[in-house]
Design a protein around this ligand. Sequence first.
Ligand code: FES
Ligand SMILES: [Fe+2]
Length: 379
Amino acid sequence: MNIKIKDSMLPSGERGKVTADPLNSPTLPSRYYTDESIYRQEMTHIHRKAWTYIGHVGDVPETGYYFTDTVGEQPIVVVRGGDDVVRCFYNVCPHRGHQLLEGAGKLKAKGISCPYHAWMFHLDGRLGVARLTEHVKDFDKSQFGLKEIRIAFAAGLIFATLDPDANDFADEMEGFVENIEHFLPAAKDFIVAERLHYDIKANWKTVVDNFSEAYHIPICHPQLSKVLEQEMEELKAERRWTFNRFKSKEGFPGFELTPGSPYYAWQAWPHFCALSLPGSNNLIVLRMAPDGVGRCAERVDIYTPKGEEDNPKLGAVRDLFMHMFNIEDIAIVESVQRGLASMGYDQGRYICDKEDSWFTEYQLHWLHMQVLEALGDAA
Ligand code: FES
Ligand SMILES: [Fe+2]
């Protein structure tokens, strides 16, 4: 996994010091989920530095299409230019700071017009029209373009980093694109069939932790247990991403499956979680945008090939996901978040074995090592 962790980065709690060996380590102390100052450090060292999932090229299919989002608590906008290039900018006007765009859709004008004093920006970010600035001494339009943000593409998915000095996506995420394209070759042409928003009363890591282990599945998701074989076919843990491959069972009435159909799960640092469930051609991406130490804005994007948005098989997958296990998971993580704030709890254990069996909490530890590495000696 190649995480550069030094002894000084490993914190201690009631059960002792966290270690680089999941079989022999207490879990991350609960203050990492409740302490405002650690949250602020994460914002600086994680969310404003990491490559973060924001959407899909299908969201900006033609010139003038845009969508807005938030990365590291910073409003951003993604837009496709007249030159067919997709760009990302801070969603702020360089005049006096008004937000430029809201939501998503197609621009009515040829450029981006600020709602406050109507400065107009070309889709490549250059300032076009700025009313009455001929009266302003030494006003240089070229100095007032939109501030651009680096983006990268992976099987049609768009990732952004606010850090101008971040390593290139291809280096950080080596092998990730190839892996998705190998198992889901059509993903780059998918479109979003549905986008769901959940305001969860839990730290972003509480939600990602829960996604990253199957130990709870037989207990908390009885219907999902009828869909998935417990044995994991493959667990791959790279520096910044992981991949799991499972096989399906026969399903249940209303969700019949051919036993042995594949099922995939990906995780990428810091809070990209994705699934491709058996039963239809789909990619379900969850991302947990932090929104304060005890809250996160989960967004669930359900992708499918064009023309299959209304396929009843996709509807069955969506219902399984949305009405069963995502609802079950939200109740779990909100309970865990309350527990993390309890004076009766600080650290537990990672439930793992040497064989990386289906129940392993190895990926929880993988995530926590990255949090500690990113915070360095800061926390
Ligand atoms: S703040 Fe945008 S034009 Fe003034
Ligand atoms: Fe779950």
